[in-house]
Structure formats: C-alpha cells, structure tokens
Design a protein around this ligand. Sequence first.
Ligand code: TYM
Length: 330
Amino acid sequence: MDDIVLSGIRSTGKLHLGNYLGALKNFVAMQHEHRCYFFIADYHSLTTHPNPADLHSSVRQVLAEYLAAGLDPDRCTLYVQSDVPETVELYLLLNMNAYKGELERCTSFKDKVRQNPDNVNAGLLTYPTLMAADILIHRATKIPVGKDQEQHLEMTRTFANRFNRIYGVDYFTEPKAFAFTQKLVKIPGLDGSGKMGKSEGNAIYLTDTPEAIRKKVMKALTDSGPTQPNQPKPEYIQNLFTIMEAVSPPDTVKHFDDLYNSCQIRYGNMKKQLAEDIVALTAPMRERIDAIMADTDYLHRVAAQGAEKARASAAKTIAEVREIIGFRPM
Ligand code: TYM
C-alpha cells in the first residue's frame, strides 16, 4: 500500500517559523507525492483552556496559514480535528492500554508540569494517546514533524504494537517521523537557547511585518566575534547559523561561515542578511494569509470538504477496530 501521510499543528494562535520549517513546509511538498491528511489540532489546544472566541479564531488562523503556505484542499485532506469525532473514540480505546507510568515519563509532559504546576490535567497526561489516535485513525505511516515530536511518535508505535499484540492482529502499521527534504529539524529561538516556540516568546511569526522581523533578528544575542580561526561556535551563534541554513541559499551560509572561521565576521551584516531572507520567505505568505482570513465562505468550504473526506477514512478504521475489540451487533 502507498504511504499515508498525516500531520497536524496545534491551534494555539498564529504559526511561527519553527512550525513552518519543521512541519508545514514538508506538508506542502508531500501533498504532491502521497495520500495526505493534514489537520488543525484543536482538541489538543484545550489543555490550556482557551476561551471559545480565541479557540475559534485560532483554528481559522491556522487553516488560513495552511492554505497560504500552499496546501491544496483538492490534493490533500485538510481538516479540523474536532470535525472528526471518530478520533475521540479511538483515543478512548487506546487510553485503556496506555499506562500512567509511561505517560508520566514523556518529556513534553514533564516540561508542562514544570511550567504549569497548577494545571496538570488528564488531557495533558494523555496528550500522546490523542496524538496516536490522530495518526492511527487514518492508519498513517509517514509523519512530517519537527524533532521535538520524536518521542510522541515512539509512543504511537508502542500503542499501535500493543493493540496488535493484545488482539492478535496485524492491523496498525508503525508510523515514522519524516522530513521530506533532509533530517528532522529543530529551529532555535532568537534568544540564544532552546527551540523557537510560541510560549517561549522568542518566535518570528509568519504574519510578522518585515519591520517586526528585522527588529527581532537584529536583537538576537551575539558577541564581539571569534578571536581564533576555526573556533567552535557558542550556542547562540550556532543558532543564527541554524536558522540561516533553513532559510538562506547554501552560498550565503558558506559566506558567513568562512567569515566566522577567519575571524572577520560582522554579526550586524549577518543578521541583516538573515532578516531579509526571512522576509523574502514569509512576505508572500503573509499577504495570502490576510486575503484568505477575509474569505469566510472559502474557509467554510475547505473545512467542510476536509471533514467529509477525513470522516470517511476515520469511520472505516473505527468500524474495523470495534469489530477487532469485540463490539459486535447482537
Ligand atoms: P505543535 O503544534 O507544537 O507544533 C507543530 C509542528 O511544528 C513543529 N515545530 C518545530 N519544528 C522545528 N523547530 C521548532 N522550533 C518547532 N516548533 C514546532 C513540531 O515539531 C510539529 O511538527 N503534538 C503536535 C500536534 C499534533 C500532531 C498529531 C502532529 C497533534 N496530533 C499527529 C503529528 C501527528 C504538536 O503539538 O505540535
């Protein structure tokens, strides 16, 4: 069987460059090659309790950003997670064989507990089972994601294999993390350490104006430059190079790398170039996002068409899973 590709992004507001380079860019490339399902993970966003108006506007925003980036709803199945309630049934069924200990050991769970000790809810603990349900409901095998999602995919494989073993079937195939062009990426933030993320406050958004992008990039942490040729780069400098590798042509990266290695680099020039390359990448998307957001009829049509296609595939899986588990007509 041909590979089935699936991935999603949480609807917690607008998308940043890490979401685009780690995930969305690959979605766009993959829609031409495989049967693809891309969705907006709005159930997942409930762990942080958004109010109804924010929940709705975030889903609209991410849908518009998917379309502006180049996802074609006639080529791939583009849907909103909560339009496919079959996912929730599979989530419940998988939860019966997902254990507290393994869920508690999940790195992203431990991070969230540390960040928000007053909101350790069951949805957060079982986040990986909902993610597994998203994937297994379409029996997807190739999952384009950034590096931070590797552990969640490992858990999906565990749940899929466990289901097969418990029921003595060979029903679910192991899904694998996938990057279309190169290896899985982790785009760092502009604050010197860690990954780019919305809650980290270190992100460049696809909707940022060119002026805002220039300002953010120029503020990135640097120093007075290397004093020895071929010196290893400190993390905050390596981060600028990592972002540049993802957005600029290879000869631009090489140019600044050579200047670094010969101690001639001027970080102001490098940051100016980096900002312009980010602007060149995001500006056309930003214009399309604004236009698509204004077209409610179009967004409605896309979501309705996606829901219908996704539910057809999900209903088939859930009927088969029910039969395997033993939910049968009297
Ligand atoms: P989320 O919403 O945190 O991120 C969406 C995608 O963006 C990638 N990403 C990054 N990649 C590289 N560098 C970064 N700094 C960076 N920040 C984010 C993430 O790796 C991800 O691919 N649990 C998922 C959403 C989800 C999902 C799924 C994904 C729900 N169900 C099923 C795949 C399959 C999440 O929270 O991603």
